[in-house]
Every structure is written in structure tokens, then in C-alpha cells.
Write a protein that binds this ligand. Sequence first.
Ligand code: PNS
Length: 163
Amino acid sequence: MIRAVYPGSFDPVTLGHLDLIERAKACCDQLIVAVIDNPNKKTLFDLQERQSILRDCLGKDSSIQVDSFSGLLVDYLQKRQATVVFRGLRDSSDASSEMQMARLNRQMLPGCDTLWLASKGDYSHISSSFVREIARLGGPIAQLVAPSVAERLKQKLSRSEAS
Ligand code: PNS
């Protein structure tokens, strides 16, 4: 049985992430989408929000769990008895840091392997940070995130402008 983890910040989840989740699911028996809780990194959405946005997008698919972790990814993999990490590769600029992370993770936890899925061409230019920037500046994000995420961004940004 292959239990795999797809870790990330998901601030917020994009169409590229959702495509990767669907395709990763087809390659393993259980997929855990693990949202990092990193108190040193400022995020637009807090941990609970990032998880609830993901759950809204994924619906009631029992083969996918949404969870969170803090600290080292390898410690979380051990805790969840997962052996595979999925990550997306958008382009060659992702590749070197992803390779470094995979090698370090495997050095710390020799039983774990990272599998990369190449982003779909339509999504390879999307990143959460540009989604946040475009949304903040009032640009169109309908082709970048799911409708429910666009709505959550709108609400979040209108609340932060009001405060
Ligand atoms: O969506 P992101 O921000 O690209 O995800 C990065 C993430 C969360 C996968 C990475 O930063 C991570 O695994 N952090 C956990 C801390 C850790 O294990 N660091 C050592 C990596 S070699």
C-alpha cells in the first residue's frame, strides 16, 4: 500500500495544485495533502483557512485527506507512515531546489522517495504568490484558482482593506 504526502503552503490552493492532487491520487492508495504550519512565514490565509479552502475544493473524496504539519517533513512522513512525497514541477527553475529538497529528505529518511509530476502546460505559470498579488491589485484570477477560492480571496482582501 502506498501512502503519499503532497506537502505545501497552499496560500491559497491554485488550479495547478488541484490538477496535481488529482493526478497524484491516481498514483497511490492514500494521499494526504499536508499544509505546512510555519510560524516564521507570514501567509495571507491562516492554517485553518488554508485547510478549509482545500477541503471545499476537494469535496467529499475519501481517498484524499487534508492535514497539517509543522517541523520537518520527514518527521511528519514517519508519523503518518508515508513513504512517498509528491511535488509539482512547473519548469526548470523549480527543479534545482526540488532536487535539493528531495535529496536532503532522503538523506534524513532513507525510505522516502519524492515523485515529481510535471505541471500541465496550462498551469505551469501559476503560483500562489502571483495569485495573491493579482487578486490584491484587482486583476482577473478566474483562470488561476477555483471559483470558491476566488471568492475567499475577495472576502479576505476586502476585510483586510477595511481594517
Ligand atoms: O508550497 P511550498 O511553499 O513550495 O512548500 C514547501 C514545503 C512545505 C514542502 C517545504 O518548505 C517543507 O517541506 N518544509 C518543511 C520543513 C522541512 O522539512 N525542511 C527541510 C526540507 S529539505
